[in-house]
Design a protein around this ligand. Structure first.
Ligand code: MG
Length: 375
């Protein structure tokens, strides 16, 4: 089986209601779907990076090769000089996922079976919602929204902060009061603060039983993160924007954060498999970041299926992943299969070949704004 074509579908769609976070207001959603076409009629799909300029200049890295060369392709897309960095458009997580999807389809096996030992066939999601809306009272609006997600069966909820320390304290207090002490609560400030401000705020937030604080600082403020780990007891999480090698050298090896949050968009299954094993060896939790379509969500389910548990205790830290429930015009429409929690609040890992979902081409075309074809 040889790869004949890579088709990069650029999708976008407008929201009915805008939502805000520490850096901006979001009015539309975007996605990059990578379709790898073969001479045997199979297409593999991924959601995320596709190699950018590096692939345009060197299509021979992918075209004409077998999808079973995924690891070699992953390495060669780095280009000269080594590291895959976000600032260089060489990350190709979406392309890598599409290659693994093809391998699974060709062998009639789910991707999780190719990745290694499966530890679980269902995964606990945490619910990502709780952005800023055009409410007259932010704390009240968030508290009401949090109660709704709890009622729908989510055991862990993440909310955005980063609006200034006083506002953050007010809204976290209101949300914790609304959901009670037993629903897990995490916060994410999207790199809003400097280390001094975050050190102070973290001490105040200790009272609210938070599972983690995500991106208090810029992702590359390594000394700042080291300072925060000494400053307060809330577990630190980061890594969603970074590529595989930086995650390993800057975060994992020095154990800079308590929870590593790579996104399959950047690291693919090839980088994700390395990270899962290294995180386990270094006693660091790995909770994948996920901000994409159902194709990416399903990819993360396969990845989470093979993630080793950090401890063998029955009450050990659960393997979790991010389940985006904000408004999205086409996130779920691009697959024909339902990707949602069951009555226990868990998501099932697909059993079918490859990613185990069928792409809905009509929806891809409906929301597609442009197409890049590599031959
Ligand atoms: Mg985040």
């Amino acid at each position: 089986m040889r790869i004949t074509e890579v088709r990069i579908h650029h999708l976008s769609g407008k929201l009915k209601e805008r939502f805000g976070w520490s850096l901006n207001w979001t009015t539309e959603r975007h996605a990059t779907l990578v379709e790898v076409v073969t001479d045997e009629g199979l297409s593999g799909w991924g959601d995320g990076g596709w190699g950018g300029d590096r692939l345009i200049q060197h299509p021979e890295i992918v075209i004409g090769r077998s999808p079973f060369e995924a690891e070699a392709i992953f390495e060669e897309l780095r280009g000269p000089g080594g590291f895959q960095e976000r600032s260089r458009p060489s990350t190709a997580g979406g392309l890598d996922v599409a290659l693994w999807d093809l391998m699974g389809q060709a062998l009639g096996m789910p991707v999780w079976r190719l990745l290694g030992r499966a530890y679980r066939n269902r995964v606990q999601p945490y619910c990502t919602t709780m952005y800023r809306k055009d409410w007259p009272d932010l704390a009240k609006g968030l508290a009401q929204e949090a109660s709704r997600w709890k009622t729908l069966g989510y055991r862990v909820i993440k909310m955005k902060i980063g609006y200034g320390p006083e506002i953050d304290l007010e809204i976290v207090k209101a949300v914790r009061a609304a959901i009670g002490p037993t629903t897990g609560l995490a916060v994410d400030s999207n790199c809003a603060y400097d280390a001094g401000t975050a050190a102070w705020l973290g001490k105040q937030l200790e009272a609210y039983g938070l599972l983690w604080w995500e991106e208090p600082l810029l992702a590359n403020d390594y000394q700042g993160y080291a300072r925060l780990r000494q400053a307060f007891s809330i577990p630190l999480a980061s890594g969603e924007s970074m590529a595989t090698d930086d995650l390993i050298t800057q975060y994992l090896q020095p154990r800079l954060v308590d929870i590593l949050q790579p996104d399959i968009e950047h690291v693919g299954f090839t980088g994700g498999r390395r990270l899962a094993n290294l995180a386990w060896l270094n006693h660091v939790r790995l909770i994948p970041h996920n901000w994409g379509t159902a194709i990416r969500t399903v990819g993360e389910l396969h990845w989470c299926a093979v993630m080793p548990p950090l401890t063998e205790a029955l009450a050990g830290p659960p393997v979790m992943f991010e389940f985006d429930r904000t408004e999205h015009p086409f996130r779920d429409a691009v697959v024909q299969d339902r990707v949602d929690i069951d009555s226990d609040g868990l998501l099932a890992v697909p059993e079918g070949p490859g990613l185990g979902v069928r792409v809905e081409r009509d929806a891809v075309e409906q929301f597609r704004k442009s197409l890049t074809v590599i031959v």
